[in-house]
Design a protein around this ligand. Sequence first.
Ligand code: NAD
Length: 370
Amino acid sequence: MTRKHKLLLLPGDGIGPEVMDEVRRVIDWMGRQRAVGFEIADGMIGGAAIDAEGTPLSDETVARAKESDAVLLGAVGGPKWDTLAFDMRPERGLLRIRKDLNLFANLRPAVVFTALTEASTLKAEVVRGLDILFVRELTGGIYFGKPSAIEVLADGTRRGVNTLVYTTPEIRRVARVAFELARMRAGRVCSVDKANVLETSVLWREEVQNLHDADYADIELSHMYVDNCAMQLIRNPKQFDVILTDNMFGDILSDEASMLTGSLGMLPSACLGAADTAGRRLAVYEPVHGSAPDIAGQGLANPLAALLTFAMALRYSFDMIADAELIETACRDILDEGLRTADIMEAGRTQVSTAEMGEAVLRALDRLAT
Ligand code: NAD
């Protein structure tokens, strides 16, 4: 009996539609080969939506996103829309969908594929087998706290103000996501803060610890100062399993960690909301990379980040762990075979186009599924 999951695809701009085409082929494959089907709807976001609908994200698309089991996004932006007013820019579509769906937990895996170990700027033995999952709080903290302003003082000088604020519920809901995900992994959470200086961080640390002691005593919890974490990520990144942290620290540390893996074209991400009583959570899945206007339309885009993003949706929205692992293994296998898109090309490997990479993934899936 085939179950239908509702997926909304928002390919967006630049290489977004190109990499999404490869995702569609894998979705079709899933429908044919596995006991699961997807009900696919298409929508617009970013520059494509500005051109067709006059806004970077329409109310109708938001409503459809809320009705979907998961949203898969390509990428937004490009030079064509760079001169528009800030409120009309393609990136506003991204911010709006996260805000309107109340997606407070940002998941950013940093995984090093064995075949790409040499692509990292760190020594191979430091990063080989690396598998970290960042859980970053996304809707609170200093990026959203009020007051925020630049003021002119009486003496004519200026003062910039931002407010770092977190409440118990904001901390506990994202910490809960981190603990739940750790249960699906190696069972360790490192909570990162600056509790030696910031009151907000003292509260963060206490609330995370309290939630752990009450509901997640089976998880190994540690706390680390953010400056130490920045160093540890370079010194010994494999000590980490799940890293839980606030909005600004997570913004910086997850980008630092993503560079341990060597390539932007390989990195998936997810934004999750709260689970309802039936266990369903709103979620948007997107590759970390942007719309790459410099290579759009040339068949040069690496589709693996988008395919790994789909695998994340299978794992976190649909509990289809075996199917997610199948896609991840297929991606790993074709890298082991030596196939590379231009962004990860090395001497002695075979360079392929976006579509050829997608076809190779399908062939690997066929092999793995038999
Ligand atoms: P980018 O991620 O688009 O590109 C950075 C570099 O990485 C480029 O040289 C690009 O060719 C390369 N690259 C990125 N993804 C690749 C892939 N899958 N395969 C091969 N190479 C890849 O970042 P940028 O150039 O700073 O931004 C371009 C546009 O994308 C801007 O309009 C920006 O606002 C937007 N952007 C969107 C998102 C998003 O949609 N989530 C994220 C970042 C940037």
